[in-house]
Design a protein around this ligand. Structure first.
Ligand code: ATP
Length: 356
């Protein structure tokens, strides 16, 4: 059986973890949720650092925990990257990497050269951790984790200690891992921008439970979740850069069902990108509107509708071909426009973030 099956129940005074998850064997799964919802605890259960009685954990067919079986942490082929890189201060970067390699008991999946190259740390090998920036330390920590030939990589808010500029510098390295390695990653975060950029699958957690688990695009477009995502409610779509209008520094990206003009991010024509469209940036009109500053106007069909977090607001799912979009409107305008499932409309998109 492929994939990750994880079932844990833990009762602590004031907190209960109760999850039963089926996660994909490939790509990045984001564990997303507010502080204290149990993301780290779930990761620790997976790592075997926390023992949930009667828990079950199976990774691509291998049982790490069952009623009868418990694999101790040091026998689990996993890499664990924490918020702050825990490198050995007395060793150089190379010494730290070699330490990772010593633990290997099986055929190595990632070579030293490959790990150094993927994380861009060749120029740091002779340095000691104290002489590295926070982002560089994290890159070394990830390279070290990769060198243990993990079958699963656990990352607990690896960017939390970095400022925005460092975080943006760091993201491409995580994206490269994603593109070039076949090791599933479980990635804890409460930052929606990290989810939008890195995740393929998302588990939304609340008070010790997984309230949703599914592919990113589909799950973010669910109407019962945006209420919890608040201002960040919106969709992420896979797209391709199709053309460029150099005079205006704009690029046209196509996605399943349509295309949009966005600020040119410098990506090559044909490059795969993601676009993120927040529900608050989408408005609806019954006719194609002209004489507006909004550049992106697409025809769509109204899908489901739901109440939002405030009684004045509603959420509407729109379908542009097979791609979903969410719009946050006042309930009054939804009624005045006579919106109902199946109705054809025009959507105006005020802002699109191009990711990657
Ligand atoms: N060893 C423990 N014993 C009892 N309660 C604990 C223990 N470890 C954590 N908790 C509690 O379990 C809950 C979940 O904590 P956890 O660290 O998993 O949350 P989190 O979602 O990772 O939060 P954050 O985003 O702030 O890191 C919290 O209420 C925490 O206080």
């Amino acid at each position: 059986m492929t994939g990750i099956q994880a079932h844990f129940h833990l009762d602590w005074p004031g907190f209960t973890l109760d999850v039963n998850l089926e996660l994909p064997a490939r790509g990045v799964t984001a564990l997303f949720g507010p502080s204290g919802c149990g993301k780290t605890t779930l990761l620790r259960c997976i790592a075997g650092l926390e023992r949930a009685p009667q828990g079950h954990l199976r990774i691509n067919g291998d049982v790490w925990q069952s009623d009868k079986h418990w694999l101790p942490t040091h026998k689990r082929p996993l890499g664990y990257v924490f918020q702050e890189a825990s490198l050995f201060p007395h060793l150089t970067v190379m010494g730290n990497l070699r330490y990772g390699m010593r633990r290997i008991s099986q055929a190595q999946q990632v070579s030293l050269e490959q790990a150094v190259d993927l994380l861009g740390i060749a120029h740091l090998l002779e340095r000691k951790p104290a002489g590295l920036s926070g982002g560089e330390r994290q890159r070394v920590a990830i390279a070290r984790a990769l060198l243990t030939s993990p079958r699963l990589l656990l990352m607990d808010e690896p960017l939390a200690a970095l400022d925005l500029a460092r975080k943006n510098e760091f993201m491409p390295y995580l994206e490269r891992l994603h593109g070039e390695l076949d090791i599933p990653v479980i990635y804890v975060t409460h930052a929606p921008d990290e989810v939008a950029r890195l995740a393929d699958h998302i588990v939304v957690m609340e008070a010790g439970r997984a309230i949703a688990s599914g592919p990113l695009t589909e799950t973010l477009a669910r109407l019962d979740l945006p209420i919890r995502l608040g201002e960040d409610a919106g969709v992420v779509l896979d797209a391709v850069v199709a053309e460029r209008d150099a005079a205006w520094h704009l690029a046209r990206v196509t996605f399943a069902g349509g295309s949009l003009w966005v600020r040119d991010g410098g990506q090559a024509i044909g490059a795969a990108v993601r676009i993120r469209i927040l529900a608050r940036d989408v408005s609806i009109a019954l006719a194609h509107v002209t004489g507006t500053s909004i550049q992106n106007c697409l025809s769509a069909t109204v899908g489901e509708m739901a109440n939002d977090s405030h009684p004045a607001l509603s959420l509407t799912r729109l379908n542009i071909g097979p791609s979903p979009l969410l719009a946050r409107l006042t309930r009054r305008s939804a009624v005045e426009l006579g919106l109902a499932p199946g109705k054809p409309v025009w959507v105006q998109i005020k802002a699109v973030a191009l990711i990657g």
